[in-house]
Ligand binder design. Structure first.
Ligand code: 13P
Ligand code: SF4
Length: 315
């Protein structure tokens, strides 16, 4: 059985390499993707790096191994390219927590506010936005806005609270959350810390405020990776989706990296089911068939491009 799986995976890897050349395709993967996808990707990164890479690639086809909003961002930046997401059902609970019609009402109710949206949103929400941010540049971009500027920040309330606390701003927050990061509990992390007193705590800002407060480092996936690589501790408790451990272990040989469990978890990690929908088989099929393809309404894409470009210019 194991041999048959290995044989199939070998075939898939070879076919993917062949098709990639034939179609001038670029495979990009987020750090939360399955290990075997990160392994074959031409580029892996956080949401910001994926957007930047999409904006500058000369490939004809982008296979975005991530979730739907990442594919949409790439398509908005590269309307003439074919953007494939291996499984279009790979959504995002955070993006879903901000329905465009409701967000539009919220924006209309505060006409004197600048609208800053996290990249984990639909294209329709981005079209209502002045500046898009990611967890990798949110603080840096907000710091560039005048202190007196009134800001709506959506949809992640935890990231919004983090920026408000760090900067003393009073951004108006949309109360959305990611079901994966919202599921980490302070109690479980403190229990782990008691068992590993020398371990440093790395926390993604999509986690709740109490976890941010006990963190040695709060940051995007790329920022947590950088910290773990450059810091001199031997052990880390990693409070984000556990897919990141694949790259972190490669980048931090000799260090102990402990996945943090969710509040209600029976296992010792916390995975995003949406991210894990993409498989090697589906990457192969997407390249072979040129589908499933991301499509964005032209008018929505036109409006959503401006705040994404503003983000890229400001970070
Ligand atoms: P970053 O990789 O930008 O930190 O984003 C985390 C995330 O939740 C992506 O879905
Ligand atoms: Fe969305 Fe959370 Fe999954 Fe990231 S980890 S894709 S924010 S549901």
């Amino acid at each position: 059985m194991k041999e048959a799986v290995e044989e199939r995976n070998k075939f898939l890897r070879e076919e993917i390499a062949r098709l990639k050349k034939e179609k001038n395709a670029l495979i990009m993967a987020h750090y939360y993707q399955r290990d075997e996808i990160q392994e074959i990707a031409d580029f892996i990164g956080d949401s910001l790096a994926l957007a930047r890479q999409a904006a500058q690639t000369d490939a004809d086809v982008i296979v975005m191994c991530g979730v739907h909003f990442m594919g949409e961002t790439a398509k908005i930046l590269c309307p003439d390219k074919t953007v494939l997401v291996p499984d279009l059902a790979a959504g995002c609970s955070l993006a879903d927590s901000c329905p465009p019609e409701e967000f539009e009402e919220f924006v209309k109710a505060h006409p004197d506010h600048t609208v800053v949206s996290y990249v984990n949103t639909s294209a329709a929400v981005k079209a209502l936005t002045d500046i898009v941010v990611t967890s990798g540049n949110a603080r840096q971009i907000i710091d560039q806005l005048p202190e007196e500027e009134k800001i709506i920040f959506g949809p992640d309330r935890n990231l919004g609270e983090y920026i408000n606390s760090e900067t003393g701003r009073r951004m108006l927050l949309w109360k959305g959350a990611c079901h994966v990061h919202d599921r980490f509990s302070l109690e479980k992390i403190l229990e782990m810390k008691r068992e590993h007193p020398g371990a440093k705590i790395l926390v993604h800002p999509e986690c709740r405020r109490p976890l941010q407060l006990v963190a040695d480092k709060v940051g995007s996936t790329a920022a947590l990776l950088k910290f773990a690589r450059e810091d001199d501790a031997k052990e880390y408790i990693v409070v984000t989706e556990s897919g990141i451990l694949f790259e972190m272990r490669k980048k931090c040989p000799g260090k102990t990296l402990l996945a943090a469990p969710a509040e209600d978890a029976e296992c010792q990690c916390n995975e995003c089911d949406f991210m894990k929908l993409n498989t090697l088989e589906k990457v192969y099929e997407a390249l072979r068939d040129g589908a499933p393809e991301i499509k964005v309404d032209e008018e929505v894409a036109r409006k959503a491009l401006r705040p994404i470009e503003r983000m890229l210019a400001m970070s």
